[in-house]
Structure formats: C-alpha cells, structure tokens
Design a protein around this ligand. Structure first.
Ligand SMILES: Cc1ncc(COP(=O)(O)O)c(C=O)c1O
Length: 450
C-alpha cells in the first residue's frame, strides 16, 4: 500500500528521472540504499520504489520470468560491462594486459575476504563450487577404510566425486537421509550417530540446492573438530544470499559459486581453506614444494581469462551497495509472498521451513497428484515462467522421496512475477493441469539443472 511518504519519495525520484541515469548502477543503488538506511531491512523488503532501482540495474528478458536463479544468476549491467571492458583490454596485448589484470585481482581477494569474514591467506578464487569442493574432496590424503559421512541430498557432482574416490582409494562413504523440512537438532543428531572411529570427513551443504534446507554448520564443525574430523561445507547457495561470516562457521573447507547469489560473471568460484589445512591439501594442478603452504596453489589452472575474475570486484560492490541484510530480507519477502498465497490449499505441499532465519530465496513446493516435470512445462507453456522440476534419482545421484518445483527468485524479481506464479499454482491445485498444447513448447521437460 502506498502512503504519503512513498508519494513524496516518488516525487523526488520522478524529478531525478528527468536527468539521464548514471551508467554506474552501483552509485544509483548505493544512493537508493542510503535513502532507506534508517529503516529495518524487513520494511525495506516491501518498498517497491527501492527495489525498482535494483530491477533497473539488470538487462533482462522481461518476457520471461526467471524463478530458476538457483541455477545461475544474471549479472547486473555494470558487472557485465566490466567483463566486456576487461576482455577488450586483455585482447589488446594479452601477454601484457591479461597478466596485469591478473595482478590487480589481488584487490578482489582482499575485498572478498574482508566482506565474507576470513583471512585473505585462506581464500582462493576458483571457477565454480564444483572446482572448490573437488579441490577439498580429492586433495586430502585418505587410505582404504577411511570414512566420509555426507547426505543423500548433497549436490550430485560432489556425491559422484566421493563415489570416484571409493573406486580409486577404497574409502567408505555413508550417506545419511533426512526428511524435509527438518530441524537443526535433527540434522546434528543424524550426523552424530553416523560418525565412527574411521570417519575422517563430514561433508554437507550450508543450504541444499533442493529445498534450501539449512544445516547447523558451526555445531557440526565443532563436533567434527572435537573428534579429529574435517568438515567440508558446500556453500554454493549460501554466500551472498543471507548474512554470515566464514570464520564464524568454524569449518575446514567451504566452496561457493560466485555466479549464483553474488551475481558475478559465470565461471567464478571461491574456496576457503582453514589455514592449518592448506599444507596438507593437494592442489588441482601441481605446484613446487615451496608453495605447499600458500593458498594460491589452489588457483593454479594455467592460462585463463583474468577479466572474469576482475569483474567480481563490480559484483561485490553491487552486492555491498544493496547490503546483505536488505538482500536476504527481500529474497525472503518474495518467497513468503508466493508461499503464503498458496500454502493453505489442501493439495499444496511446501517442502521448506518458512520460519524466520531458515529460508530466503530457495524454497520448494509440490502439488499433490501433479508431476512436477509436467507442472514446470506448463509454467513455461502458459506463463513463460522458468522454474525447475526436482525429482529424486538413484545412486550415485541424489536420493530422496519428495518432488516439486524449486522456486528461486532474485533481487530483480517483481511482485507481479511471483503473484502470477502463485495464481498459476492455485489454478493447477484447483483444476489440475490442462492438456499439453500441441506442437508448441517451452524449453523441454525438466529443463535446466538445479
Ligand atoms: C549445492 C550445490 N553445490 C555445488 C554446485 C555446483 O555449482 P557449479 O556448477 O557452479 O560448480 C551447485 C550448483 O547448482 C549446487 O547447487
């Protein structure tokens, strides 16, 4: 509901729209954030004037509604322009400029460490979460009989990595199952029960890619450390999504895809390795022994485009201009908006915990008796909504007995978009799916990965 203050602010915004917008949307967003700094994030989450400023920072195809940001997020215009600029620069004389941009990337490491709460000597820039996690998974020495405890709902590629180590090194992998949504205590107890004297690693997600189930990272890390066990945490979906500091998690390894919630260019990841573990972790590509204790050993991948890494600086600045508290509150507001609109329908099953501090921009929903793959296709065919169908698989894939749509809005998502999704869900819950349109189609069933 608009009030007098909103109209006065719109007047102020209206006059500024007569002046051409600055190219630098970071400044625009920072100015908008300064204008709401005296209000609580939960209140700002409902301020459409503020979020309009964020929405305008992106060059999107607004004929499509993207509710699959959990896969890969688009970058704001300012980030994408930076990639092009650095790419152009590098191409002038690659041996000179790619190297120079690469040296400047030390600024990105320093700022990322400061923002996300770790020492810069514990942070490596990688290409994605898969690379980060596999450096940890394949990098530690393990002997036959050593055990890893993980879950059936960890990311498929990470499960496959452990599967390969089982074949290669004869280690044992225990995958625990858990209901969704569940409590932090339940997850803690399941891990505690699964630990044996042979357990060397606990591996789990900070939040899962499926229902967004949150894990008690710090408690599990403390439990593991007290028994001489390492913790590897898959934070692909957590960093830059909701507020926390890496050092507070107390885990040993933490991997992230920066092209998810940080909105960095595709091909950026982060690996945190607790200082005492660096020397005992083998890098992906070989380095001289003198580098054994140096975090930069995990970045050795041969020649690569430094432009992509450099543009993380813009993504970080954009992220900081919004502020993590406001971003998390808006993602949660958007999720609650669609979830609350449909959750009381008897056929609708919300598979994520909607309590405060549990869920932000990743949540899952099913409709009783409706195949989520057909539902996802219907959303595309009828509404041009991109949203992911999730169904459990068989080993070595993720194994679970629920299914639904994984719904992941973003900071640029409009209320009209989530409202249309909610109405479409209610329509299917009441009337079932209409027959598939003949000869037309969207992107194919089960389109896109999770
Ligand atoms: C929980 C989780 N871990 C790891 C990954 C792998 O990320 P990437 O493909 O960017 O390496 C994903 C991707 O969706 C994920 O959701």
């Amino acid at each position: 509901m608009w009030n007098r203050r909103d109209f006065l602010r719109m007047g102020a915004l209206g006059s500024s729209t007569l002046i051409p917008k600055a190219f630098n949307s970071i400044e625009q967003v920072a100015a908008a954030s300064a204008g709401v700094a005296d209000r609580a994030p939960d209140e700002v989450a409902q301020d459409e004037f503020y979020w309009r400023e964020i929405q305008e920072a992106f060059t999107l195809d607004r004929t499509l509604t993207n509710l699959n940001n959990g896969n890969t997020c688009p970058s704001p215009r300012v980030v994408h322009e930076a990639v092009k600029r650095y790419m152009d620069m590098a191409n002038m004389l690659p041996v000179q400029y790619n190297g120079m941009i690469g040296r400047n990337v030390s600024t990105v490491r320093r700022r990322m460490a400061a923002e996300f709460g770790c020492d810069v000597s514990e942070l490596a820039l990688t290409r994605n979460a898969s690379e980060s996690m596999q450096i940890a998974q394949n990098g530690i020495d393990m002997k036959p009989g050593d055990e890893v405890v993980t879950t059936e709902q960890d990311y498929p590629r990470m499960l496959t990595t452990w599967d390969q180590r089982m074949r290669r090194d004869k280690i044992k992998v225990t995958r625990i199952q858990f209901p969704v949504p569940t409590t932090q205590d339940d997850l803690y107890q399941r891990f505690e029960k699964a630990i044996t004297p042979q357990t060397k690693v606990l591996h789990f997600c900070h939040i899962t890619n499926l229902t967004g189930q949150l894990f008690p990272v710090q408690r599990l890390a403390r439990l593991a450390r007290s028994r001489g066990i390492l913790t590897m945490v898959d934070g692909a979906h957590a960093l830059a999504h909701f507020p926390f500091k890496l050092r507070d998690l107390e885990c040993d390894y933490y991997g992230v895809s920066l092209h998810k919630w940080l909105l960095a260019p595709i091909g950026n990841g982060l690996l945190y390795v607790r200082k005492e573990n660096i020397a005992k972790t083998w890098p992906l590509q070989a380095v001289p022994d003198r580098q054994a204790n140096d975090i930069s050993k995990f970045e050795q991948i041969g020649t690569h485009p430094e432009a992509l890494r450099a543009a993380v600086a813009e993504a970080l600045a954009f992220h900081q201009a919004i502020g993590i508290e406001r971003k998390a509150a808006r993602l949660r507001y958007l999720t609650l908006r669609w979830a609350n609109a449909i959750k009381s329908h008897p056929k609708v099953k919300i598979l994520s915990n909607l309590d405060a501090g549990q869920t932000w921009g990743v949540a899952m929903v099913g409709i009783e008796g409706v195949d989520p793959r057909a539902l996802s296709q219907h959303m595309m065919d009828r509404y041009r909504i991109v949203v992911n169908a999730v169904v459990g698989g068989t080993p070595p894939q993720q194994v679970f007995d629920y299914s639904g749509l994984r719904v992941t809005p973003n900071v640029y998502t409009t209320l009209e978009e989530v409202d249309t999704f909610a109405q479409a869900m209610l329509d299917v819950a009441k009337n079932g799916l209409p027959p598939a349109p003949a000869g037309r189609g969207g992107g194919g069933r089960g389109r896109g990965g999770v």
